[in-house]
Design a protein around this ligand. Sequence first.
Ligand code: ZN
Ligand code: ZN
Ligand code: ZN
Length: 261
Amino acid sequence: MADQHPPITVTFLGTGTSIGVPVITCTCSVCCSSDPHDKRFRSSVMIETAGHTYVIDCGPDFRIQMLREKVTNLNAVIFTHEHRDHIAGLDDVRAFNYVLNKKIDIYGTKRMLSAIQTEFPYIFAESSRYLGAPKLNIHHITEKPFQINGITFTPIQAMHEHLPIHGYRIGDFSYVTDANFIEEAEIEKMRGSKVVVLNALRKSRHPSHFCIDEAVEVLVKLAPEQAYLTHMSHFIGLHEEVNVSLPPFIKLAYDGLKITI
Ligand SMILES: [Zn+2]
Ligand SMILES: [Zn+2]
Ligand SMILES: [Zn+2]
């Protein structure tokens, strides 16, 4: 069903829940693990395709994620929703303004972008704009597919408790985070993706996020070649132990994981 797409490289910039892993002050086995896979920045992915670079969300760890991956170009930030763990790094796109000498495109629904505007009033001030504020081009999107530089992004609508949010399908890659419910018709939009990423917070149920079993249920329905879980809390358990308990085509994502589709 996907139209012709050039190869897509996806880098998991962060795979942790809003508080990150390790959690400040926590002494649990996951937070104290020496396995680098158990250290998770706030969730975001970078998508590189056809010479362009996009990030889905830019949370509070955006700066260090860009440094870690030695990212030198950024074309756009596409938001899933307006929670702080997905937007807090917006100020740091300034570095790309300076280096690339251009505005950065940001994409979100009207509601998401107006919430972001409230969070960062100085960025969007019309008069007496602060010189050091990031320079952005704002693009309002709806539930309809949209194109950036000829690449189609298809929103996947999901519920995050009471908040409607977006995941995205790009070619044969689908990414949904912070969902606790996805309607059948929206699940179908992901069908045929070679790689599907869904959020899974922990083993037990939660009101606003899929737990492992709920995410696995959706993934088994879709049966992609490969699936990953993201947006994990320290309650998920140790990376190494959880990975072997999952169906063979499903793995926990980890920070720095890079895949090409
Ligand atoms: Zn989140
Ligand atoms: Zn912990
Ligand atoms: Zn959220």
